[in-house]
Each structure stands twice: as structure tokens, then as C-alpha cells.
Design a protein around this ligand. Structure first.
Ligand code: MN
Ligand code: MN
Length: 294
């Protein structure tokens, strides 16, 4: 990583930290998720960052990938995961926290388990460490707290305009003895009272550009032009597209998805429909040290 890249990552991290504090201050039980998402996303821009992906606000057994639709009426409740992405020139800080909106002891313990697992993982992560060792620390910490890690969700490498660079930071010992190289990584333990696996649930309204292909529909072409210019290869959502093009864009998004020009992510739901907590931080690993971004 060159000094410019490090500077951009650090700036993204500083903004993400402020946005996280802001998010904590506005989230109350009963507030609309749509309002929370829009306020958080506006805050990122106000602080001179860019939005790396739609804010995820996932409740209870939905572990990740819930972002409000343009007309969403859902309100904040339960065990809420808030997952925020900030980028500066394509360099991303990916960060998340969980809140208990029910004053529920089990929720609080679940949240603490994910936070402690993250803390231990951050202490462990360094250049040249074998990847399985990070997963093992996360797994052990969560199991010691009496819960299960979600083993088919994981942290990931970060690269320019890319939320998932291809390297996986597991939430269990997956026997991967490859060593970590310098670079940026997101570490994100999930803890659950359930079996510790997620499945692909309902469509999330979160999309990503895949490849350019010819398409007849005029609005579809305009949407793709807009996506390439504003989001490039980063995730975006139907809510943002509707803001720009109106609700008729929903049909075009559907066409784009069918044509394989964009893909849509699914909500990730815990298999036994038990509650899930998450904690996440991004780090950069250089030759000399590990810097926590937010
Ligand atoms: Mn995240
Ligand atoms: Mn992540």
C-alpha cells in the first residue's frame, strides 16, 4: 500500500467513526428504518465521505443485507445490526455495531459476545498470521460466552471500489493456513443463539453492477450509466435509484437483473430464526503495524 492509499483508508475510517457515533445517537425503538438509513447516509456525505454501500439495518434473525426500500414502513426494534460503509476515492472503511432496543439481557450478552470476539480478533490479526488463527479466536470467544458464531458469514479483504477483494476472514477455524499479506481487511464476527448458519432470504433491494451488455430498455441504459458513474462496482439500492428515476425504475432494475447486468443480494437470515449480533471494524496491515480504521 502506498502512502496515498493509507491516507484515504485512514480518512474513510475517521469519517466512519463519527458516523457510527451519530448513528448511535439517533437510533431509538420505533424510529423508521428508512429515516435512520437516510440520516446515516446523509451524514457520510456531510462529513466529506462517500457512501460505500447502502446502510444495512438488519433486525433479529436477519443477520445482514436489509436496507430499507423507498416506501419501507419498518421501525427499529429488537436486536438491530447497523452496518455502515464509507469510502474516500474508493478506499473503504466497513464498520458495524449492534444495539438492543428491547432492554433484553440475552440481546445484550449476544452483542457483547460479538464485540469481544472482534476485540480478540483485532488483537490477533497481523501480517503473516495464518488465517485460521483469526477464525479460531472469534469462534472460541463466542462459544465461551455461550453462543455460536455464524460460520458462513465472514470478514473480507477490501480493495479499491471493492467491498470483497476475495480474501476471507473466517468466523471459525476453517483450516486455511494461508498467511495474511499487507492490505485492508474487515473483521466481522456474528454471534447467535441459533445454529450459526445463514441462508439466502428475500431479495434485499441491494444490487451490484456485474458486466456491461446490450439492453433494449431505454431507462435500463440510463440507470446503468448512472450506476457506473456514481457507484462503479460498489453496491447500490433500489431506494437510491428510485430517488433518481422514480418508481418506474423498479421494472428496469428487474430487467437489468434478468439480463445479468446487475446482481441482487439476498437478505441473510439465520437458519433456525434465532437472533444474531454483529460487530465489525476495518484495519489496514502494513509491513510495520496494524492500524484500526474506525
Ligand atoms: Mn459491514
Ligand atoms: Mn464487511
Amino acid at each position: 500500500m502506498n502512502p496515498k492509499e493509507i491516507e484515504y483508508y485512514s480518512k474513510a475510517g475517521r469519517i466512519a467513526k463519527q458516523v457510527k457515533e451519530y448513528a448511535k445517537s439517533i437510533i431509538k425503538k420505533g424510529t423508521s428504518l428508512l429515516e435512520i438509513a437516510e440520516k446515516i447516509e446523509s451524514k457520510i456525505v456531510e462529513l466529506n465521505g462517500e457512501i460505500a454501500f447502502p446502510v444495512n439495518l438488519s433486525i433479529d434473525d436477519v443477520a445482514a443485507h436489509y436496507t430499507p426500500s423507498y416506501d419501507d414502513k419498518t421501525t427499529a426494534s429488537g436486536l438491530l445490526k447497523v452496518d455502515i460503509g464509507v469510502h474516500v476515492n474508493g478506499y473503504i472503511s466497513d464498520t458495524a455495531f449492534s444495539v438492543d432496543l428491547e432492554n433484553n439481557d440475552e440481546n445484550k450478552k449476544l452483542i457483547l459476545a460479538a464485540e469481544q470476539a472482534l476485540e480478540q480478533a483485532i488483537k490477533t490479526i497481523k501480517k503473516d498470521i495464518e488465517i485460521w488463527k483469526i477464525g479460531e479466536v472469534i469462534q472460541k470467544t463466542i462459544i465461551d460466552e455461550g453462543f455460536s458464531p455464524v460460520i458462513n458469514l465472514s470478514g473480507h479483504g477490501l480493495s479499491e471500489y471493492n467491498v470483497h477483494s476475495g480474501i476471507t476472514i473466517p468466523n471459525c477455524n476453517n483450516n486455511n493456513s494461508k498467511v495474511l499479506e499487507t492490505g485492508a481487511y474487515a473483521v466481522e464476527p456474528f454471534a447467535t443463539t441459533g445454529q450459526g448458519m445463514v441462508y439466502d432470504g428475500k431479495p434485499s433491494g441491494i444490487y451490484q453492477f456485474i458486466e456491461k451488455k446490450a439492453i433494449r430498455d431505454n431507462l435500463s441504459r440510463k440507470i446503468i450509466e448512472h450506476v457506473e458513474k456514481n457507484y462503479r462496482t460498489l453496491p447500490f439500492c433500489s431506494r437510491w435509484i428510485i430517488k433518481e428515476f422514480g418508481t418506474r425504475a423498479l421494472l428496469s432494475l428487474n430487467l437489468l437483473e434478468k439480463a445479468g447486468i446487475v446482481k441482487q443480494f439476498s437478505q441473510l437470515v439465520e437458519k433456525s430464526h434465532k437472533k444474531v449480533s454483529q460487530a465489525e471494524l476495518s484495519v489496514i496491515i502494513t509491513e510495520k503495524k496494524v492500524e484500526v480504521l474506525d
